[in-house]
Design a protein around this ligand. Structure first.
Ligand SMILES: Cc1cc2nc3c(=O)[nH]c(=O)nc-3n(C[C@H](O)[C@H](O)[C@H](O)COP(=O)(O)O)c2cc1C
Length: 182
């Protein structure tokens, strides 16, 4: 067996990629691509996202505790790369990627028009996880495009997942009914 060093985390990929929108005290807004996240509790509804301490996004989330998870569609691969390779300290990534902001219902950070689903979050606890902060957060509101999410699940081949590096993958299961857990 090969020993993995910094690549160990790839054993836990593919992971759903999302666009993490945030806002600072003075209204500065930002968006970054993110894959390290997990549901953390159903009752109360909680999620955790992991963001490098060096990212502009971390600075903004620490200021207001508000952010949104925006799940992009297949059409937004270019957006994922722009938002995942440039920093909002230097570039207005909303402009650069041609994104339209829409108003969230529970938080002041914006949502991104055209995304498949949204989770509006409020920071509850910041965890020092090493190079990343873990932002354990309450889910204030979650909404989804019903055409892409049926019977409580994503429709196959719609939302990008991050395999590693620059590679995205999609799930599609030809033997759908043969993989039901029994
Ligand atoms: C597909 C993809 C997934 C990423 N996932 C994460 C992640 O989970 N956590 C993280 O801190 N950075 C992640 N990044 C890197 C950030 O998106 C990137 O460093 C970004 O430029 C930070 O932007 P900011 O400085 O404007 O916050 C990812 C990048 C890509 C392309």
């Amino acid at each position: 067996m090969k020993i993995l060093k910094e690549e160990f985390y790839r054993l836990l990929h593919p992971k759903v990629v999302f666009l993490l929108t945030s806002i600072g005290k003075d209204g500065r807004e930002n968006v970054m691509s993110c894959a390290w996240a997990s549901p953390a509790s159903e009752e109360p509804p909680m999620v955790i996202v992991f963001v490098s301490k060096e990212h502009y996004t971390a600075e903004l989330i620490l200021e207001t505790g508000e952010f949104a998870i925006n799940i992009p569609t297949k059409k937004m691969e270019k957006t994922i790369w722009i938002c995942g390779s440039k920093t909002g300290r230097k570039v207005d990534k909303f402009k650069e990627a041609g994104l339209k902001k829409i108003k969230a219902q529970k938080i002041s950070a914006p949502l991104i028009d055209g995304c498949a689903g949204f989770i509006e979050c409020k920071l509850v606890q910041t965890i020092d996880a090493g190079e990343c902060y873990g932002f354990l957060s309450e889910v204030l509101l979650s909404t989804v495009n019903e055409e892409l999410f049926k019977n409580g699940m994503w429709v196959e081949n719609t939302i990008p997942m991050h395999l590693g590096g620059k590679k995205l993958v999609y799930f599609s299961d030809e033997k759908k009914d043969k993989h039901i857990l029994k």
